[in-house]
Each structure stands twice: as structure tokens, then as C-alpha cells.
Design a protein around this ligand. Structure first.
Ligand code: CA
Length: 555
């Protein structure tokens, strides 16, 4: 049999070529992780909700259309510094020990940039950092000090002087514009073009106190921002853990839009005290708050349009994985609450959008339960890097590729807010969120404490029937079995992730004491509510006495 020499050569080479193709590493994507601060999902058009009709985020909505939107992504602890630590470590806060705003994440524990750097990525973080330690695991950093300023912001960079002394100021600029400009500058001229890059591009806005750039002063000026029902009416919401016995602690727990919380509310902060009725004052405070907030959001969205225009012109849109998220959500008047910290939906939910056209089809959505501990393993997975054992989360890459959650995907998100009655008067709590229900346990003890400072109590919301969490059904006999199952699930999740209370045994003893919540535990919790009221009343008398004793003009 005669074969042409070319055919013989082709046949000989074919298996080698095929094997070489199979073994050739897939080109690693560049990764841009965009994170705003306190940008709630309900203030993003693509998430729907009452604010979507105002069209606050056309640029972010387009990103969602071109990628995948995660409907059920949750922070494990809805506050800035702890959430950032979880994102960088892939660990829950009881493992990375960043429990509160004083948490440090030392360079040796900045696992995400460490692993990507080992894999050949050039790494950078630009914008808000908000962890005390130097971001030294990154090749390049240019970050705000602590919260940073909205106007004329100062940035800290690596340099000859020790952290955090090398800094420069961007005079005359709004922080959102400055951060975007610095990110583009790095991409355009400072990075090493021979390596794939990992850029964390973190905005400060729309964090309080919502100082928008002056060019947005007329945005939404003559628009009435829709109000959530729970701003006004929610008689069956909460528990004695959040309201006290017969609402006796309602004025003290959780800062408010209206004047319910006399210590901290937006009527006072935004100076609407002159209006004649409490309703008018609350309504004006809400409108004022939302306009400030949404003007900051609009600033972010416009700035992202500039940023994406640059990415398009530089040819980065195809081979770059782009993530948009926020370190947690925010209460935008729901339940008449300010701030985040709560396990309620608007606070604990994080927006999460991932765009990577090579692997993710346009317009995908998933309701799989995602936690912020999953972020680092996911980015590593897309970069072809094995998840190190220290990380606890799980990659969502397979969900991105198929649109389906694997059969063994987790069924619940775990939550624990460790701080207690700090800044915005939120009691410590933990809980479990499944697709159908949310169980919240207010155990009411500070991390270093050994007895409840606020009354322990449980709340259960049936999210299918009651998505806005207006009716606590914990004591409804129809849900008795659900309560038992969820408590079992909560204990099981705690065991799996190692939140067994070993570092704070006195706190854990309280958690266990009120776990079953029998008649004796309820009686004790009611007693704690009365004691708590007496303490807060005494404190408010002493603080008003102090104020009258102060000389005018000191505050
Ligand atoms: Ca935040």
C-alpha cells in the first residue's frame, strides 16, 4: 500500500499535535473585581424592586445583561471590614478573626492576591481598602486611608516610608472620579503587559455620609422616591430581641429614618426637625436620604461607563472577567432602619454580577445561595488555580458555565453579626437563610461579654409568602416543624464551618442557654428586656444632663 509521505507525516504528527492542544493551558483571563461600598441590590435596576423604575444604574444593568446576575448572594457578616476580610481570605470571620471594624488582615493572610501572584498574575488594589494592615500582598496598591474623604481624597501608595506614610492628594476631585482615573492610569501605563492582571477596583461611594459630586445636585430633584411599606407599617415585624416586651425597646434598638430612635435618626442628621408633624419629618428625611444616596450611586454608574469605555478601547472586554459587587447591602428605609449590619434581606444581600463572554452566556440569572466566602475560590478557579485548603468557600464557576447549581450545592447561607449595640444600635445575632425561609437568632451578647445585654429572641420569616419580612412567624404553630428543621440546619452549618464558640465560651454559653427558647428562657428574656429598658432610660437621662451642662457651641 502506497501512502504519500505527507500523509504519513500527518498521521505520525497527529496524536502529538492533538495531545499538545489538549495540554495547552487555557489562556488565563484578566480579572477586574469592582466593589462599591454599601451599594444595595435594590438600588440596581437589574435587580428589580421599587427603585428600578428610577433607572439608577444603566451601566451596571448592561453588565448584567452581558453576563450573569446572582439573585441570592449574601454577606456572612453585613459590615465593611469583616466582609472585605472574607472576600480576601475565603474564610468566615470566626476563622480570619476580623470580627469588627478594628479587624486587621496581615499581608500573610491576604490569600487571594497571594495565590494569584503565585500563578503569574500582576495584582493591584485601587480605591477603598478599609483593613488596618498594609495591602502588601499586592504588587501595586493605591488606597484610601480608613474611610477616606469624598472630596480632595488622599491615597496611600507603596514607597520608601513605612505604611501608611507615602501618600498623595487629589485636590479638587470627587473620590469616585479619582478612583476610576487611578484605575485607568494603572491599566494604561503602569502594569506589566506580559502578565495577566488582577485588579481590585474599589469605590468609596455610596457609603455615608453620601457626599455626591456637585454635578448631581439636580438628579432626582423633582422626583418622589417610592417608599417601602415597612417604613410606616409593620406591626408583626421583629421580636422582643429587636423591639423589647410590648415594644419597650423600640426607641433604642436600630437607628432610624424617622424619630423612633432619638439617639440617631435622619430627621435629626439631615435637619428636618422644623416640620410640623412626625409623618412630615420622617417623609422628608427619607426623601433627603434617598436622593443623597442615589446621587452617589449615579456617580458610580457614570464612572463605570467611563471605565468600560476605556476597557473597550483598550481591547480588554473579551479576555477579562469582570465582577461587580458591594461589600454588603444597605437598608434604604426598609423597616425604618438606617445602615446595614442586620441579617434582613436589604442589608445582608450583596449584588453580584459576573461578566466573562468566553464562558458565561448573556443574560443568565441564578437563585443559588452564594456567600462572600465563595468569591476568592471562584476567582482562583477562573484563573485555573487550585483553591488552597485554608479557604472555606466554594467556586461558583460551574454555575456560571451551566446556569445550574450542582446537586450538592449548599442549601443555606450562614450569618453572624458579631458586634453588639455599636454605632447603629444593632444586637449581635446569627442565623440561616434558605431559599424559602430565614431564621434569625438575636442572642444579645457582646463578643467579650458573658450575659445578655439585650433580650434573646428568635425570628422566622416565610420568604416565599413574605419577601419583605413583615411577619415574624416563629411562634406560629403552623411553622413549628420548620423551626425545628432550621435550628438543626443552623447547628449543622455552625459545626461544618467551625463556628463552635470555642474562642468565646461565655458567649457560646448564652447562645446555648436560649437555643431551645422554652418557657423559662422566655421569662428570663422578658426580664432582660425590662432591665435593658431601665439601663437605656438611665443612660439617656445622664447624656441629656451632660448636654445641658456643656457650654453652648462646644458640639
Ligand atoms: Ca460597606
Amino acid at each position: 500500500m502506497n501512502q504519500s509521505p505527507i500523509l504519513v507525516l500527518t498521521l505520525l504528527l497527529a496524536p502529538i499535535t492533538a495531545r499538545a492542544d489538549a495540554e495547552a493551558p487555557t489562556p488565563r483571563p484578566n480579572i477586574i473585581f469592582i466593589m462599591s461600598d454599601d451599594h444595595a441590590a435594590q438600588a440596581i435596576g437589574a435587580y428589580g424592586g421599587r427603585l428600578a423604575k428610577l433607572n439608577p444604574t444603566p451601566t451596571i444593568d448592561r453588565l448584567a445583561k452581558e453576563g450573569m446576575l446572582f439573585e441570592n448572594c449574601f454577606a456572612g457578616n453585613s459590615i465593611c471590614t469583616p466582609s472585605r476580610a472574607t472576600i480576601l481570605t475565603g474564610q468566615y470571620n470566626h476563622i480570619n478573626k476580623v470580627y469588627d471594624l478594628d479587624g486587621r488582615l496581615d499581608p500573610a493572610h491576604q490569600f487571594l492576591p497571594i495565590e494569584l501572584k503565585k500563578a503569574g498574575y500582576q495584582t493591584a488594589v485601587i480605591g477603598k481598602w478599609h483593613l488596618k494592615s498594609e495591602p502588601a500582598a499586592f504588587d501595586h496598591y493605591c488606597v484610601l486611608s480608613e474611610q477616606g474623604e469624598y472630596f480632595d481624597p488622599t491615597f496611600i501608595v507603596r514607597g520608601e516610608k513605612p505604611w501608611p506614610q507615602n501618600s498623595f492628594k487629589r485636590d479638587g476631585e470627587h473620590v469616585t472620579d479619582a478612583i476610576t482615573d487611578l484605575a485607568i492610569q494603572w491599566l494604561r501605563g503602569q502594569r506589566d503587559p506580559s502578565k495577566p492582571f488582577f485588579l481590585m477596583y474599589h469605590h468609596k461611594a455610596p457609603h455615608d455620609m453620601f457626599e455626591y459630586a456637585p454635578r448631581y445636585k439636580d438628579y432626582l430633584e423633582n422626583v418622589a422616591i417610592p417608599e417601602p411599606e415597612s417604613l410606616w407599617n409593620q406591626p408583626q415585624f421583629g421580636s422582643i430581641g429587636t423591639r423589647g416586651v410590648k415594644d419597650e425597646l423600640w426607641p433604642y434598638i436600630g437607628t432610624s429614618i424617622g424619630e423612633r430612635n432619638a439617639h440617631r435618626n435622619y430627621v435629626k442628621t439631615f435637619n428636618h426637625t422644623g416640620l410640623p408633624t412626625p409623618e412630615q419629618r420622617k417623609r422628608a428625611a427619607y426623601q433627603d436620604y434617598m436622593k443623597r444616596y442615589l446621587r452617589c450611586v449615579k456617580g458610580i454608574d457614570d464612572s463605570l461607563a467611563t471605565f468600560f469605555d476605556y476597557l473597550r478601547s483598550a481591547g480588554f472586554m473579551e479576555n477579562t472577567l469582570i465582577v461587580y459587587t458591594s461589600d454588603q447591602g444597605m437598608m434604604l428605609g426598609e423597616h425604618d432602619y438606617q445602615d446595614k449590619r442586620w441579617m434582613y434581606e436589604e442589608s445582608a444581600r450583596m449584588p453580584l454580577i459576573i461578566r466573562y463572554p468566553k464562558m458565561i452566556k448573556h443574560g443568565m440569572r441564578t437563585d443559588a445561595i452564594i456567600e462572600n466566602a465563595d468569591f476568592a475560590p471562584t476567582l482562583l478557579d477562573f484563573a485555573g488555580v487550585k483553591r488552597p485548603d485554608v479557604m472555606q468557600g466554594r467556586s461558583v464557576k460551574a454555575i456560571c458555565e451551566t446556569g445550574r447549581e450542582p446537586a450538592d450545592w449548599r442549601k443555606s447561607a450562614y450569618y453572624r453579626y458579631w458586634m453588639h449595640m455599636a454605632h447603629h444600635d444593632n444586637p449581635a445575632h446569627l442565623g440561616l437563610r434558605t431559599k424559602d425561609y430565614k431564621l434569625i437568632y438575636y442572642y444579645g451578647v457582646p463578643r467579650e461579654g458573658n450575659s445578655p445585654h439585650t433580650p434573646p429572641a428568635w425570628e422566622l420569616y416565610d420568604l416565599k409568602k413574605d419577601p419583605h419580612e413583615l411577619v415574624n412567624v416563629y411562634d406560629d404553630p403552623a411553622y413549628a416543624r420548620v423551626v425545628v428543621e432550621l435550628k438543626y440546619g443552623l447547628a449543622e452549618r455552625r459545626r461544618q464551618i467551625g463556628d463552635d464558640g470555642r474562642d468565646y465560651p461565655a458567649v457560646e454559653a448564652v447562645v446555648q442557654e436560649f437555643w431551645n427558647y422554652d418557657a423559662a428562657a422566655r421569662a428570663k428574656a422578658e426580664q432582660i428586656s425590662h432591665e435593658c429598658l431601665a439601663r437605656y432610660k438611665a443612660q439617656s437621662v445622664s447624656s441629656s444632663r451632660q448636654k445641658t451642662e456643656q457650654k453652648p457651641g462646644r458640639e
